[in-house]
Design a protein around this ligand. Structure first.
Ligand code: DC
Length: 234
């Protein structure tokens, strides 16, 4: 089946359920997914590895342009490779979360990644998840959603996830880190984290993943009996 030429954006803070919802929705609707947070994490991982966190200007632009990385899927089973090395787990540490947020404030980083993201969206058939998908990268997206949840709920979700990955942080530490990262992502000058004016904001605190997916599907299909096939080009 060919993919409908549409773009759905899902933005929101850490722990809002973006990745899992994106993954499930993409499976259900037969669309590809684009995890832009993972792209910022790859850049942070590389700069950390090369001890180049202070790099700026043309040198930084060239370094990011030259990166050869692949991101496959979303959620816990996501695979991320750089030059053949599997870094799926290494980009998910609290250190890389912090650094990805710091590096995402740099214009050079945003500009190269924005170009890659728009190129990936050219063919449509995509659910793009991140912080600025509906506001900056795909302002004309067909459907825009912004997922949010209380800090306590989000911290608990992320804590569970980190424990499952074998990391040892307390819930308090996770909550504190998350609060600091939210603030940094919301207060930065370039493409700050905020809902697009035409996005549907969903508070996922009391919803299961399935309920959020259902809500998004009902918005897309306007409560009609239409199926996703009806969105396909004639
Ligand atoms: O979604 P995530 O937690 O994997 O994202 C990691 C960081 O990357 C996040 O704290 C801010 C940055 N980011 C961004 O600035 N813009 C995006 N579209 C996605 C992520």
């Amino acid at each position: 089946m060919s993919k409908p030429n549409i773009i759905i954006t899902i933005d929101g803070p850490a722990g809002s359920g973006k990745s899992t919802v994106t993954k499930r929705l993409a499976e259900r609707l037969g669309l590809d997914c684009l995890d832009t947070g993972a792209m910022y994490r790859v850049v942070a991982w590389v700069l950390r590895k090369q001890n180049q966190e202070d790099l700026s200007g043309e040198a930084l632009t060239l370094l990011i342009k030259g990166l050869d990385f692949t991101i496959e899927g979303n959620g816990p089973a996501q695979k991320v490779w750089i030059e053949g090395k599997d870094i799926s787990q290494e980009i998910r540490t609290p250190e890389i979360s912090r650094l990805a947020s710091a590096m995402s404030m740099k214009a050079e980083v945003r500009s190269v990644l924005a170009e890659k993201q728009r190129a990936l969206g050219k063919q449509g058939g995509l659910i793009a998840e991140g912080r600025d998908m509906g506001t900056v990268i795909f302002p004309r997206a067909d459907y825009k959603f912004f997922l949010d949840a209380s800090l306590d709920v989000r911290a608990k979700r992320r804590y569970k996830e980190l424990i499952q990955r074998g990391q040892t942080l307390s819930l308090g530490e996770v909550r504190q880190e998350m609060e600091a990262r939210d603030r940094q992502d919301q207060e930065r000058t370039l493409a700050p984290l905020r809902p697009a004016a035409d996005a549907l904001v969903i508070d996922t605190s009391d919803f299961s993943i399935e309920e959020v997916v259902q809500l998004i599907c009902s918005r897309i299909f306007h409560g009609t009996n239409a199926s996703f096939g009806d969105l396909l080009p004639a």
